[in-house]
Design a protein around this ligand. Structure first.
Ligand code: NDP
Length: 475
């Protein structure tokens, strides 16, 4: 069985205990993961603190070269890391591979962006102002299980490019691929202590990374409730926080849209990774005039999705990560049906021996839904596509914004004027117009309202790891 160690100060270390990770597709053991305690987080933070002076004063060129080398090593190991990722959390192997390669691209992106980390020179009379950006120091990087490699790369890339040193803590549900990623990055030749990884529960190891004064910033991706606690705890030391939290993305399909493109994006975005994505389509609003046609196409495409062993490259959907996630999905569907929703497909586990021991669930399309239902208000984090009709722009915008979240939204329309008009009124950090994806390394990503604070990706993502200093010169 695979063994996953922690990495502190450049050395693989044991923990106080270990945990067995089971494959959500069949409950077979996948890996033995060493589990640390708060003291391991402290050791890792201290190692990062020792490494900080050298790393932060290294030239940008050196950091950039190391990050490019790290990206190459991650690419070389993509198959291995992807396989572990699929086996620990159930994502289809094609998607896992894409995730790992995208993580490598993220390192390349920030290697380049780090080279452009430039300040300002301002001349006023007989004074000159030099405005520089300096790394904030040691940073804690805490990540969830749904994109354990990619979301960690979004943090590791800018942290290291800016000159910060870091301690990562992956989710206990899926720590293996993330750890392999960190090992690969280290093998590029990082000085010991620049990038560490510790395992353990959020309550102990995670909380230490948040509260220990050595770390000057916390970059967290996970649930809104955890993010709230982290922000409160971080306030004691006035630490900087970036919080990428829950989402509840609406998709609005207007009557002038390319219906087939919209249906295709809806299916991909609602069911990809079994809906366990913060930017999944959670609510679909479709114009009255095309509602029947659109729903029919969504249904046809959903029925074609292949569910099965996620290691099979032909499979579209694997199992969910855990029984807990599957139960929550079931509960949301039962609640909706009790309140009048109609299930058009799915709503249950698939039948057959292949599915008997895994957390499988069928992609579920529902109509006759309304905002009294839990799935229209809370993050299901499961494969559901509730479709609701609307009869005008005002209603569409009102429904889309009727949520405490504000991470992503999608609009389908052929009218440029309408697209801009609506996109500007949507309360979310990212709006996809005629696109089912809002992620681009060059553009900032982050939430409004209860979806978080701060931005990742782009030069703004890099700025989150830097302090600004003004040096005023008298001539
Ligand atoms: P959690 O908030 O449960 O956990 C996220 C991470 O935080 C885990 O590593 C967890 O450790 C750790 N953690 C838990 N409690 C604490 C604590 N008190 N102090 C420090 N760390 C802690 O989220 P999930 O793993 O369940 O991830 C799913 C959530 O992530 C969804 O709500 C989803 O929307 C959100 N998400 C947001 C994204 C975004 O970009 N906005 C992207 C992807 C997901 P452990 O679990 O090991 O105990």
């Amino acid at each position: 069985m695979y063994r996953s160690m922690m990495l502190i100060n450049g050395e693989q270390v044991e923990g106080a205990s270990f945990d067995i990770i089971h494959n959500p597709a069949n409950q077979e053991p996948v890996a033995e993961v060493v589990i640390g305690e708060a003291i391991d987080a402290v050791r890792a933070l201290e190692a990062a603190q020792r490494a900080f002076p050298e790393w932060s004063s290294a030239s940008q060129k050196r950091r950039c070269e190391l990050l490019h080398d790290a990206a190459e090593i991650v690419r070389e190991r993509a198959d291995h890391i992807a396989e572990l990722l699929t086996m620990e959390m159930g994502k289809p192997i094609r998607d896992s591979r894409r995730e790992v390669l995208s993580a490598a691209d993220t390192l390349d992106y920030f290697a380049e962006e780090g080279m452009r980390n430039i300040g300002d020179w301002i001349s006023t009379g007989d004074t000159r102002s030099i405005v520089t950006k300096q790394p904030v120091g040691v940073v804690s990087l805490i990540t969830p299980w749904n994109y354990p490699v990619e979301l960690l790369a979004w943090k590791v890339g800018p942290a290291l490019a800016s000159g910060c040193t870091a301690v990562a803590k992956p989710s206990s549900l899926a720590p293996v691929a993330a750890t392999e990623f960190v090992m690969a990055v280290n093998e590029a030749g990082l000085p010991p202590g620049v990038l560490n990884i510790v395992h353990g529960s959020g309550d102990t190891v995670g909380a230490e990374l948040v509260t220990n004064p050595i770390s000057r910033k916390i970059s967290f991706t996970g649930e809104t409730s955890t993010g709230r606690w982290i922000m409160e705890a971080a306030a004691r030391h006035l630490k900087r926080v970036s919080l990428e939290l829950g989402g509840h993305a609406p998709m609005i399909v207007f009557d002038d849209a390319d219906i087939d493109a919209a249906a295709s994006a809806c299916v991909r975005r609602a069911f990809g990774n079994m809906g366990q994505v913060c930017i999944s389509v959670n609510r679909v609003y479709v114009a009255d005039a095309i509602a029947e046609d659109f729903t029919e196409r969504v249904l046809r495409r959903t029925l074609k999705l292949r569910i099965g062993d996620p290691l099979d490259p032909e499979v579209d959907l694997g199992p969910m990560v855990s029984e807990r996630q599957r139960r929550k999905t079931r509960e949301h569907i039962e609640d909706a049906v009790r309140k009048g929703a109609r299930i058009l497909c799915g709503g249950r586990e698939p039948e057959g021996s292949l599915f008997a021991r895994g957390y499988y669930f069928m992609p579920t399309v529902l109509t006759d839904v309304d905002h009294t239902m839990r799935m229209m208000r809370e993050e299901t984090f499961g494969p559901v596509a509730p479709i609701m009709r609307f009869s005008g722009e005002e209603e569409a915008v009102r429904l889309a914004n009727d949520t405490e979240y504000g991470l992503a939204a999608y609009i389908y329309t052929d009218s440029l004027r309408r697209a801009v008009r609506i996109a500007e009124r949507i309360e979310a950090g990212s709006v996809g117009v005629n696109l089912g994806s809002v992620i681009d390394h060059h553009a900032p990503f982050g939430g409004w309202k209860q979806s978080g604070i701060g931005r990742e990706l782009s030069h703004r993502g890099l700025d989150e790891y830097m302090e600004i200093k003004h040096i005023r010169l008298g001539l």
